[in-house]
Design a binder for this molecule. Sequence first.
Ligand code: GAR
Length: 200
Amino acid sequence: MKRLGVLLSGRGSNFEAIARNCASGTLQAEIGVVISNREDAVGLETAHRMGIPAVCIPARGVERQQHDALVAAELDRAQVDLVILAGYMRILSASFIQHFPNRILNIHPALLPAFPGLDAQHQAWEYGVRVAGCTVHFVDEKMDSGPILAQAVVPVMESDTAAVLAERILAQEHQIYSETIAKVLAGGWRIEGRRVLFGE
Ligand code: GAR
């Protein structure tokens, strides 16, 4: 069974969706460890409740490289095949990324390359886009960059607030993240330039 290591900083709803899919067998993988940089992350409680190993590695006051080295060591100990960023609100150091080449996935709540960075759903809503969405991508050394694995498009309604739009996007995040993890774990894909080819 392939193993996942999940990094999160907060609510952990993407983690929970993935964990449920692992538990039901919809996603044939197991979560080896959940790591949070924040003690108060709700996702840590969820992991404990679901019986999934979870640790907090606090980042405050620790130099980035050093913190990332601790996180990488924990992921290595758990022998994970893929690192899943699920609302992990930290920039990763180059050495961390090089330690897991093409083995780190991120989900971002916008149709990249539009609206990278924080509060992407609000950025998109304020900009007045007619369609929004979310993106699953490999993580490279730049923020919200890296070859795109999957995107889901979500319509924007005139009655939407940014919060309502974010909810609609989140429902799609929960759907496409597990599906994409399964495709990456299945192998047989290759990367040409920025394009990921699954041979579909
Ligand atoms: C999700 O919407 C995810 O796409 C976003 O944080 C939220 C975490 O929610 N990630 C980013 O903005 C990364 N740039 P969750 O903790 O409930 O999964």
